[in-house]
Design a protein around this ligand. Structure first.
Ligand SMILES: [Zn+2]
Length: 312
């Protein structure tokens, strides 16, 4: 581990982003198993420390964050899982001195801008286009971004094909990987880009990933891998966990998202029409989990960092 940091706080971050002790064991355990699969190449290091080390090793480069899960009739203004984590992680990287940009589906440009403003940052936010250029990007991070299945189609968790919604970033990520750039993904269910890295384990742990209702026969499992994948119970939590890991690694607790900020972000997202991914309505919660639980996760991550940095 870089700088001789103890691994236990990072291991605790990995546990917290899976919701252990906060949400039903079945969901938390599944996320833990997906993490174990994603971290199998460095099983002795907590996954969050592996990813934070990789991000900080590239801190001189440009980091592009991608978000947006838009389905025209059910999520016309996107999900609230993804954009919140994206603005928090972008702020953490910015505060760590990294050059960052956010790339969001066109339908969520405004809401993402409001979310960034809510936590006090002015970050360049541009719409994802099919021809988004890879040249300026050194590191790409996808947060809850649908990925194409083996048949080349994006799918919602419900099994439906996404048409005229989120723009695919699969070609861009494949191009980045081919040119040796670092690609990272955060996801929770397996239909997000990055899960191609653990396809066999995903299909075993999440049998629902095998099915789709559009007739393509490919299921909803995303096929494109990323160099690093951070599974979490909720993708936003995965991003908040990496903020905590960056705070640990840099010794700067200003990189953390604070519980009161999570409360405000959830409210702003609901007001701007971002919907809960399971309830399919604007709600004070995320992926069917109540807002207060998400706020407690953020508080627990903050406490891990405080204890480790001796500020608790
Ligand atoms: Zn299909």
């Amino acid at each position: 581990m870089a700088d001789g940091l103890p691994s236990e706080p990072f291991a605790e971050i990995d546990r917290l982003v899976c919701g252990g002790g906060f949400i039903p064991d079945e969901i938390a355990s599944r996320a833990r198993a997906l993490q174990a699969a994603a971290g199998r190449h460095a099983p002795d290091a907590p996954l969050s420390s592996t990813i934070v080390d990789a991000l900080l090793a590239h801190r001189q480069g440009h980091v592009a964050l991608f978000t947006g899960f838009v389905v025209p009739d059910t999520f016309p203004s996107g999900e609230n899982d993804g954009p919140l984590g994206t603005v928090a992680l972008a702020r953490a990287l910015l505060r760590a001195g990294v050059d960052v940009s956010i790339h969001a589906d066109p339908q969520i440009l405004d809401s993402t801008s409001w979310l960034a403003a809510e936590i006090g940052e002015s970050i360049p936010i541009t719409p994802i286009a099919p021809n988004t250029c890879a040249d300026r990007i050194d590191v790409a991070i996808a947060i809850e971004k649908p990925g194409e299945n083996a048949e080349g189609y994006l799918h919602a968790w419900s099994g439906r094909r996404i048409e005229a919604g989120s723009v695919s970033i699969d070609r861009l990520f494949q191009e980045l990987q081919a040119s040796g750039k670092l690609t990272v993904a955060i996801g929770d269910r397996g239909n997000e880009i990055g899960f191609g890295a653990i396809r066999d384990e995903l299909l075993s742990l999440v049998p629902e990933a095998r099915r789709c209702t559009c007739g393509c026969g490919g299921g909803i499992a995303a096929d494109t891998p990323t160099d690093l994948l951070y599974p979490a119970a909720v993708s936003n939590w995965g991003a908040y966990g990496l903020c905590a890991g960056l705070a640990l690694a840099t010794g700067d607790r200003d990189l953390l998202l604070q519980p009161e900020e999570e409360e405000r972000l959830l409210n702003v997202a609901a007001i701007r029409g971002c919907r809960d991914g399971l309830l399919m309505t604007a709600a004070f919660g995320v992926d069917g989990i109540s807002g207060p639980i998400s706020i407690r996760i953020v508080g627990a991550l903050s406490a891990v960092v405080d204890a480790a940095l001796g500020a608790g």
